[in-house]
Ligand binder design. Sequence first.
Ligand SMILES: Cc1cc2nc3c(=O)[nH]c(=O)nc-3n(C[C@H](O)[C@H](O)[C@H](O)COP(=O)(O)OP(=O)(O)OC[C@H]3O[C@@H](n4cnc5c(N)ncnc54)[C@H](O)[C@@H]3O)c2cc1C
Length: 397
Amino acid sequence: MHTSERIAVVGGGPAGAFAAAELARFGCKVVLFDEKLAWEKPCGGGLTDKAIAHWPFLREAQAERNWISYCQLIAPSGRKVSFPLDRQIAIFSRKVLNGLLIEKARQAGTQVCQERVIGIERTTAGWSLRTTSKSYGSDFVVLATGARNSFGKQFSRRLGPENFMMAAGYYIPGTHQTVQIKFLKDLHGYIWVFPRADHFSVGICGRMQGMNTASLRRILHDSVAEFGLTLDGGKFYAHIIPSLTVNALQRPFSGDGWAMIGDAAGFVDAITGEGIYYSLRSAEQLANALQQNAPEKYPGFVREDFLPELEHASRIAGRFYAGDWMGDAVIERMVQLTARSTRFRELMRDLFAGTQEYSDLRERVYRNLPRIAAEAVVSTVWSPPSDVRSRAAVGQQ
Ligand SMILES: Cc1cc2nc3c(=O)[nH]c(=O)nc-3n(C[C@H](O)[C@H](O)[C@H](O)COP(=O)(O)OP(=O)(O)OC[C@H]3O[C@@H](n4cnc5c(N)ncnc54)[C@H](O)[C@@H]3O)c2cc1C
C-alpha cells in the first residue's frame, strides 16, 4: 500500500494517540501504529490538576480513575508529613488512559493499525514505513515510540545512560486516596505508592548510572511493609524514564519531514519523572505546527512553551536529591517545612497541582522565607512534630 499526503504516527501511547487525534480532527489523513495498542505500560499513571484543567476530556471521560486528595512525603530520616491537596490528582491505569486516547484518535478519523514498525526509509515521495506484514507510505513521520525509542539514533543523537532513570515496581490489589512518596539516602529517585481505581502502582526509580533493576527491586522489597503493603501476588514491571541532561535537551527533535514527541524526544521532568503532561503537550504543539502547514515551527513552539521548564528541572535535579539547604539535606528541609509552615505547604500544593514552575520556585521561597521561618519556629515551639492531617482525615492507610 502506498498513500501520499499522509501522516504516519509510530507509537500509540499518550503522545502518539493524542497527536493522531488532534491531526485527524484538523482533517489530516493519519495512520497510527502501535504494536500493542492500549496496554498497561509501566507507569504511576498520575496526572496533575494542570493537565486535567488543560484537557477537560480527562475529567469528563467515562473512564475509571482514582481521584487523590492527600499526599504523604517521607524523608530519608523517616520524618513524615501528610497534607490534603487543594486540587486533586487523577491516577489512571495506563491501559485505560491509552485506550481513551486511542479511541479519541479513532473517532476523529485516524486509521489505527496494531503493528510494529520495523523500518523507516526515505523515498522520493516521502517515507516508507515497514511493518512485519506491509509497507506504508507517508509524507510526514511522527515518532512517538517512547523511552525505548528504537529510531532515536537514526533521526537524532544517541542518548547515553546518564539521560535515563531506571524504574521497577508492582501492581498490587487495594486502593486508598493518598499518594505516598518516600525518598532514600543516596538515591537520585524515590519510591511511590500511587493508588489507582482498584490497585496500587508501587514502584521505585533511580538514576541509571550505577543502578540496576535488581538493586532497585531489592530496596523496594525492603521498604514496602512500611506502607502496610505486601508485594505477594503483585505483578512486576520495569522500564526506563528519560531524565535528560540540559545538553541532551538541546539535541534535534524534528527535521525535514519528521518529528519526535513525548518520551521519544525525552520530554520528561528530570526530578519527578512526570512525562504524560509533556507527551500530550508536545503532541498538541506538533499538531498546531502541522495544522499551519509549518512543521518547522514545532521546535519553536516547544521552546516557548515547556522546554525551559524541563531544562530548569534538569539543572536543579542533582541539587534537589543530593544538595543541602539551610544546614540540612534539601529533601529533609522540604518535608520539615511542609509539616511546620502553612505558607510552605501552599507552595507544595501548587507543585503537586503542576502550577508552580521551577523557574520561579527559588524566588517564591525566598520572598516568603521570613513568614515560612516564623511559622516553622512557632510550630516547633507550640506543637509536636506531626502529620498535618488529622488521623480521621487520613482514611485507610
Ligand atoms: C515506572 C514509571 C512510572 C511513571 N509514572 C508517571 C506518572 O505517574 N505520571 C507521569 O506523568 N508520567 C509517569 N511516567 C512517565 C510516562 O509513563 C511517560 O512519560 C509516558 O508514557 C510517555 O508517553 P509516550 O506516548 O511518549 O510513550 P509510551 O507511553 O512509552 O508509548 C510509546 C508507544 O509506542 C509503542 N511503540 C514503540 N515502538 C514501536 C514500534 N516500532 N512500532 C509500533 N509501536 C511502537 C509502544 O507499544 C507504546 O505504546 C512514568 C514512567 C515510568 C517508566
